[in-house]
Design a protein around this ligand. Structure first.
Ligand code: S3P
Length: 453
């Protein structure tokens, strides 16, 4: 089942060279945060380049339910008139965050220190994901959460009327948990201190500073210690959302494995907490260059040029790189199938609690397509077959997971036989223009329940 409607079975056929420019949409992480932080300050925040994927649209709807005025001006430009820190109104209806773990976890944090209650739900994927990782630290502020067994949605969160500041060490490498605690800390008096032992994406910290909060990060032996002073007066901002490196991963990886390809993916953020995939691909011998490197909005940005790379080699991906490419392992495993030798991915337990169990979803689908994959609780190894030797030919389950669906469609572009997915619907959560964008480059994607044109 698709997250919002009937399943959309899709097939990707082996295709000729991919050529041209791939303008991928805005960054999903930054888009969620722009709407939420915009709702938490007084005044009008203007956002350009917002990702208009379903996940972000669900967050926009949620911010309206908490009292913010959120307006779509067309062409990716949105404004948010916020209600101020601690100013969230109690929603009249259940908040449906659809497929989005980022949406629900960040919003829970943002409302956790307001004197209101809210009930959250999502689709079958989101309602199966762990929420205790967020509600445990929120409990320390004085927030209470009542969910289903195992800390799952649907869940009612009762905000703390008199929140206290918190010191918390995040037990799993998760930017969502870190961000939920920081957003809750905004409306607690005094200093909230969050420590992370592994660096995860730092958009919340950067954006909070941009919105005028007093926030400092110190790198210590214990990890990154982030100190936020509560109850600031956040100031409305103009935000230009950069293009999403996690979406860029798909045309980049496709170009590396489809013979003769040469694709330019302009304006991609290379924040070190997000760019691990591109380093890994270069370590594997990918013809991937950074052109026109520049700083935009305080972030390193480059145009990525990816060309067909016939001599990819399997590598052991450094474990300490995992957080900086956590969403990119599915598509990396596809590239690994076309490399020579083993690609070893360790320290990736978090992949088991994403929109799907991503190790299991990819391992099962890759095996069905003739590729050898071994896996354990927090590791997996793909044995590459080299170019021209990947059979393909299977129908893969996408498990309500956009990145699984897109990864298998990329596989089909370079395998010997077509590869199908049972449901391409979830792609709309993060990359609604995936199909036309990849087709313009030369991919052959068809919706199986519709006549091909
Ligand atoms: C995200 C954090 C990551 C990532 C997700 C987006 C964010 O999740 O997988 O797609 O925007 O903070 P975790 O925080 O669970 O690692």
């Amino acid at each position: 089942m698709s997250s919002h409607g009937a399943p959309i079975p899709m097939t990707s056929r082996p295709c000729g060279p991919l050529k041209g420019e791939a303008r991928v949409p805005g960054d999903k992480s930054i888009s969620h945060r722009s709407l939420i932080l915009g709702a938490m300050c007084i005044g009008e925040t203007e956002i350009t380049g917002l990702l208009e994927g379903q996940d972000v649209l669900d967050t926009a709807r949620a911010m309206r339910a908490f009292g913010a005025e959120v307006t779509d001006h067309g062409g990716g430009t949105w404004t948010v008139s916020g209600v101020g820190t601690g100013g969230f109104a109690e929603p009249e209806q259940v908040i449906d965050c659809g497929n989005s773990g980022t949406g629900v976890r960040l919003i829970m944090g943002a409302m956790a220190t307001c004197d209101i209650s809210a009930t959250f739900t999502g689709d079958a994927s989101l309602n199966g994901r762990p929420m205790a990782r967020v509600t445990d630290p929120l409990d320390l502020f004085g927030t209470r959460a009542y969910g289903r067994s195992g800390g799952r949605l649907p869940m009612t969160v009762v905000g703390a009327a008199d929140p206290v500041p918190v010191e918390y060490t995040v037990p799993v490498p998760s930017a969502q948990v870190k961000s939920a605690v920081l957003l809750a800390g905004l409306n607690a008096p005094g200093q909230t201190v969050v420590t992370e032992t592994e660096a995860t994406r730092d958009h919340t910290e950067r954006m909070l500073a941009g919105f005028g909060a007093e926030i400092a990060t110190e790198v210590t032996d214990a990890g990154r210690v982030i100190t936020l002073t509560g109850q600031p007066e956040l100031k409305a901002q103009k935000i230009a959302v950069p293009r999403d490196p996690s979406s860029a991963a798909f045309p980049v990886c496709a170009a590396l494995i489809v013979p003769g390809s040469d694709v330019l993916v302009p304006g991609i953020g290379l924040n070190p907490t997000r760019a691990g995939l591109f380093t890994t691909l270069r370590d594997m011998g990918a013809d991937l260059s950074y052109e026109n490197e520049r700083i935009e909005g305080g972030e390193p940005v480059a145009d990525l040029r990816a060309r067909f790379s016939p001599d990819l080699k399997g590598i052991e991906v450094p474990e300490d790189r995992a957080a900086s490419m956590i969403d990119e392992y599915p598509v990396l495993s596809v590239v690994a199938a076309f490399a020579s030798g083993e690609t070893v991915m360790r320290g990736v337990r978090e992949l088991r609690v994403k929109e799907s169990d991503r190790i299991d979803a990819m391992a099962t689908g890759l095996r069905a397509n003739g590729i050898t994959v071994e896996d354990g609780p927090d590791w997996w190894i793909v044995t590459g077959l080299g170019h021209g030797n990947v059979p393909g030919g299977a129908v893969c389950a996408s498990h309500l997971d956009h990145r699984i669906a897109m990864s298998f469609l990329i596989l089909g572009m370079a395998a010997t036989k077509p590869v199908s997915v049972d449901d391409g619907g979830p792609i709309a959560t993060s990359f609604p223009v995936f199909e036309p964008l990849m087709t313009d480059l030369g991919a052959q994607l068809v919706r199986d329940n519709q006549p091909s044109g």
